[in-house]
Design a protein around this ligand. Structure first.
Ligand code: ADP
Ligand code: MG
Length: 629
């Protein structure tokens, strides 16, 4: 922080002015020949912007601008010959602004560094020269040497290595990567040689997503920042009116000397400068957001951390959020004369167009069993239901999906319904493949629950946050997962818009509700929730765009840490604001009754500002993963 020129200047200025202010506290002043030039120089350096804005808003008759209050206060202090105080006010205000800027520029700088380090060219397999990343197509094979920064997102097709992903996940320990694992642009290959198939164009890579998200973060003001701005817009005119009355009432109605009460009013204006209050929130928010960034969590605005600290219920998507989403086909039951292979070939052909985790499981099974995908055409995906397309095995329009979806178009015999029920009771997802004449078969799919899900849910219940499952999967499978995890509220068979509807309903019941999800089908719910949390790396673009927070390494176990961080932010901000406002109030009242000492009041403001800054910076070190304060 102190490498920054502005901060050095501020630190030097504070080092000069604070001793003078302390002396002034004991009514000791240096000769005017020393104080006046120091005052003039510092006021010019740090006050110029404030005076310009203050005078501008005076001409516009906009009395709610805090710069105006600052300007009047400084002029008042100069008139009262309180040079030290005039400078202290201006330097503190400059410090507050510099800290706020510093917070923003720091996260921007880290990103810019990341972008500049990520290579702009790729070595494609079989090519002698490197290709610019804009010219690379999805499916191209890139060669990645040991020590290279990976230029684009891709899936490993040959080789194995350790990859350092700290830049995007915050995880300091390099990960072992093998064939079929994903690698991300901006991360560093350590020791092995890799060949990877490009999966995303440069504008869609995970790192581009991060940059976009961070840019958005600056637009969302935190709730407490908004509060302080609103407060300032009432506070400034109020103080000006009170100061005016402090002169008018005694002079006009009580025949008191003007000079004395004019000095009192100016004293009041100087005392009223809310430096500590202005400082109180931004540093807290930026420290916390910075802390989260280091843990590989992106936050689109301080507001969402504040709200997460107050959350009453959290809704979870099931597939790939509570479960691993690495689905495995456990059983294929053919009907009506079809063979297992035909059912799998047709299903894999249809799913080859889908991005759903279930689709990946089906294709993987077909590849394992060396079953050739049957070409499908006119493919359509219905989010949260299934897929349809024209299959070349039966030469008919075919659907693959859950019972509700398939039964809309096709009759389902009882024996098939019974088989589906049996599988679902075991926690499996049963998909039906069928055309308009008959059902071809059932594909049963298993999806393991993530190891961290159980302790996460236990933890939430301990701190009285209600966990809820919102899933597009069927009741029995969802119920099975709910029972395993100890979640009582389970809502199943939901279409994407139903998920959003349930969120509205939960908001009515609990007030503040978070939603955690990964898929396109979760996007409306993520957008509707008080705080939407998306899985950053497996998550679909729609999910990440609609969410407010993205966990880059998909570890839902980080949620307790985030809630803890949010609660800490709220506590810190509350403490800071209360302390700053109360101190101001005491000195203002003392000033109105004519008992305040200007030097002392300003000194108190400096002290409070320091406390508030130190209190906020603590958030940089917050790390209690499992303890919520
Ligand atoms: P979740 O809410 O658990 O993430 P989704 O809403 O994505 O699940 O899907 C709900 C259900 O819709 C799935 O359990 C499955 O039965 C069906 N489904 C969705 N997409 C597909 C697909 N591509 N292939 C087959 N079935 C699908
Ligand atoms: Mg999902």
């Amino acid at each position: 922080m102190f490498k920054n020129k502005k901060f050095i200047l501020l630190a030097v200025s504070l080092a000069i002015i604070i001793p003078l202010e302390v002396l002034s506290l004991f009514s000791i002043h240096l000769s005017l020949w020393i104080e006046a030039p120091i005052t003039a120089v510092l006021l010019f350096i740090f006050g110029w912007e404030v005076f310009k804005n203050g005078i501008k808003s005076l001409f516009k008759l906009n009395f709610s601008n805090i710069n105006l209050l600052m300007t009047i206060a400084v002029l008042g202090a100069l008139y009262l010959r309180q040079f030290e105080e005039a400078v202290v006010i201006v330097v503190l205000f400059a410090l507050a602004e510099a800290l706020e800027e510093f917070g923003i520029s720091k996260s921007k700088k880290a990103l810019e560094e990341l972008v500049s380090k990520t290579p702009k060219t790729v070595l494609l397999k079989g090519m002698k020269e490197k290709t610019p990343i804009e010219k690379v197509n999805i499916g191209d094979i890139m060669e990645i040497r040991p020590g290279d920064i990976i230029p684009l997102d891709g899936e490993i097709v040959s080789g194995g290595s350790m990859v350092d992903e700290a830049t995007i996940t915050g995880e300091p320990i390099p990960k072992t990567k093998q064939i079929s694992d994903l690698v991300y642009a901006g991360t560093q290959n350590m020791d092995g040689y890799l060949e990877a198939r490009v999966t995303k164009l440069t504008k869609d890579t995970t790192i581009s997503k991060i940059i976009e998200l961070t840019a958005k973060a600056a637009q969302h003001k935190s709730n407490s920042q908004q509060f302080i701005e609103k407060f300032a817009s009432k506070y400034t005119p109020l103080v000006i009116i009170i100061a005016f009355l402090v002169v008018v009432i005694p002079v006009l109605f009580f025949n008191q000397p003007f000079a004395h009460w004019f000095a009192q009013a100016l004293t009041l204006l100087v005392i009223a400068c809310p430096c500590a209050l202005v400082i109180s929130t931004p540093i807290a928010i930026f420290s916390a957001v910075g802390n989260a960034n280091k843990q590989g969590v992106l936050i689109k605005g301080g507001k969402f951390l504040e709200e997460l600290g107050k959350i009453k219920a959290i809704a979870f998507d099931k597939t790939r959020t509570l479960t691993k989403g690495e689905v495995v086909v456990s059983e294929i039951i053919p009907f009506n004369g079809y063979t297992k292979e035909e059912v799998l070939a047709c299903a894999a052909g249809l799913e080859s167009f889908s991005e759903h985790p279930l689709a990946k499981g089906i294709m993987k099974k077909a590849e394992e069993l060396n079953v050739k995908f049957k070409n499908a055409s006119s493919f359509k995906a219905v989010a949260g239901s299934g897929v349809t397309g024209f299959c070349t095995i039966c030469s008919k329009e075919t659907c693959l999906g859950n019972v509700q979806f398939v039964s809309k178009e096709h009759a389902i015999e009882n024996k098939i319904r019974e088989a589906v029920e049996r599988l679902e009771k075991q926690g499996k997802t049963a998909l039906i493949l069928g055309n308009k004449d008959h059902i071809e078969g059932i594909i049963s799919i298993e999806d393991e629950i993530r190891s961290e899900s159980k302790s996460l849910i236990d933890y939430l219940k301990r701190i009285n946050i209600i966990p809820v499952i919102l899933t597009g999967d069927n009741k029995s499978t969802a119920g099975y997962v709910g029972e395993k995890l100890g979640i009582e509220k389970v809502e199943a068979a939901l279409l994407p818009e139903d998920k959003a509807g349930k969120i509205e309903y939960l908001k009515k019941e609990f007030g503040l509700v978070a939603m955690v999800g990964d898929g396109v089908n979760d996007a409306p719910a993520l957008a509707g929730a008080t705080v939407g949390i998306a899985m950053g790396s497996v998550g679909s673009d729609a999910a990440i765009e609609n969410a407010d927070i993205a966990i880059m390494d998909d570890k839902i176990g980080k949620i307790p840490y985030l809630i803890g961080l949010g609660r800490n932010v709220n506590k810190t901000v509350k403490f800071n604001v209360t302390l700053a406002v109360l101190t101001k109030l005491v000195f203002i009242i003392l000033a109105i009754v004519g008992m305040s000492n200007l030097a002392f009041a300003i000194f108190a403001d400096v002290g409070i500002s320091v406390i508030v800054i130190l209190n906020s910076l603590r958030l940089l070190n917050f790390s209690n993963i499992n303890r919520v304060p």
